[in-house]
Design a protein around this ligand. Structure first.
Ligand SMILES: N[C@H](CCC[C@H](N)C(=O)O)C(=O)O
Length: 281
């Protein structure tokens, strides 16, 4: 069968969006994601995102990594998702309640004078710090700076979940980190039973972070929205930044705010439609 798709990117983290509200795409999603995300044999992307009908909320969001694994949530992908829902008039409202495997997430599109979505502000919900819920194997009930044995090194990380697991590592000089080698090792570390995304973070000042990311199920990407949220939470918890910061990623900047009254984390950034097409599966 032939299906329509929309290729999107958020700070260079790219996705293939499929509208399967009618349920006519019956191909197993893990296999379909691997095929479509292949940069040599498919369309090419870090992940595949599905627009699905929801009973409980306005719409349902599901994300699969390029290796076919399913993730609970995707920050950059959620901005792309919200942009399409609004611009394609799938949902009339600017503020949406989205059913994700990380719970209900609330994106709000911000439009320019022409009515086009210029950026999206997402209420990402609450960070998860209980080790058992991340999940992360630890004698500690709550995440603190933990040490993982990676090869012949002891790496200090702070485990945080934004619905999906993250290992945040603070470094003095981001340019000197072997992101691939260390990221790959920590992604599959046995203390992360569901694997993990890995963020390498350099503190610029109280309101700025620089970050590179190795993503679970996708490898090095240009940006990770949930990862930027996890990085801000870890930085604030350890007194490195205030409760809001600009996170500089290879693909661009994200604005992250942690509202301590509601304990919700907010992420604001761009979303771009690259092209649309049809592909035989
Ligand atoms: N690889 C992630 C999912 C995509 C998250 C990332 N692209 C984002 O923007 O949050 C995981 O397996 O948890």
């Amino acid at each position: 069968m032939e299906i329509e798709f929309i290729k999107m990117q958020g700070l260079g983290n790219d996705f293939i969006l499929l509208d399967n509200r009618k349920g006519d795409i019956r191909h197993p999603y893990p296999d379909l994601s691997k095929k479509l995300c292949s940069r040599h044999f498919g369309i090419g992307a870090d992940g595949m995102i599905l627009i699905l009908k929801s009973v409980a909320q306005d719409i349902k969001f599901r994300i699969y990594n390029s290796d076919g694994s399913q993730a609970q949530m995707c920050g950059n992908g959620m901005r792309c998702f919200a942009k399409i829902l609004y611009e394609n008039k799938i949902l009339p409202q600017k503020k949406m309640r989205v059913d994700t495997k990380a719970g209900t997430v609330i994106p709000e599109v911000i439009t320019d004078e022409a009515g086009r979505v210029s950026s999206v502000r997402v209420d990402m919900g609450e960070p998860v710090l209980f080790c058992r819920d991340i999940p992360f194997k630890s004698p500690n009930e709550i995440a603190v700076e933990e040490f993982l044995t990676v090869g012949d090194k002891e790496c200090g990380i702070i485990p945080v979940s934004m619905g999906n697991p993250h290992a945040v590592m603070f470094v003095d000089d981001l340019e000197r980190v072997d992101v691939k080698k260390i990221g790959r090792s920590i992604e599959t570390h046995e203390r992360f039973p569901e694997k993990t995304n890995v963020e390498f973070v350099e503190v610029v000042n109280d309101k700025e972070l620089k970050m590179k990311v190795w993503e679970r199920g996708a490898g090095m990407t240009l940006a990770c929205g949930t990862g930027a949220c996890a990085a801000l939470v870890a930085a604030n918890l350890t007194g490195r930044t205030s409760k809001s910061a600009v996170v500089h990623l290879d693909g661009g900047d994200l604005d992250i705010q942690w509202n301590k009254e509601t304990n919700h984390v907010f992420k604001t950034g761009p979303a771009t439609k690259v092209f649309e097409g049809r592909i035989r599966i």
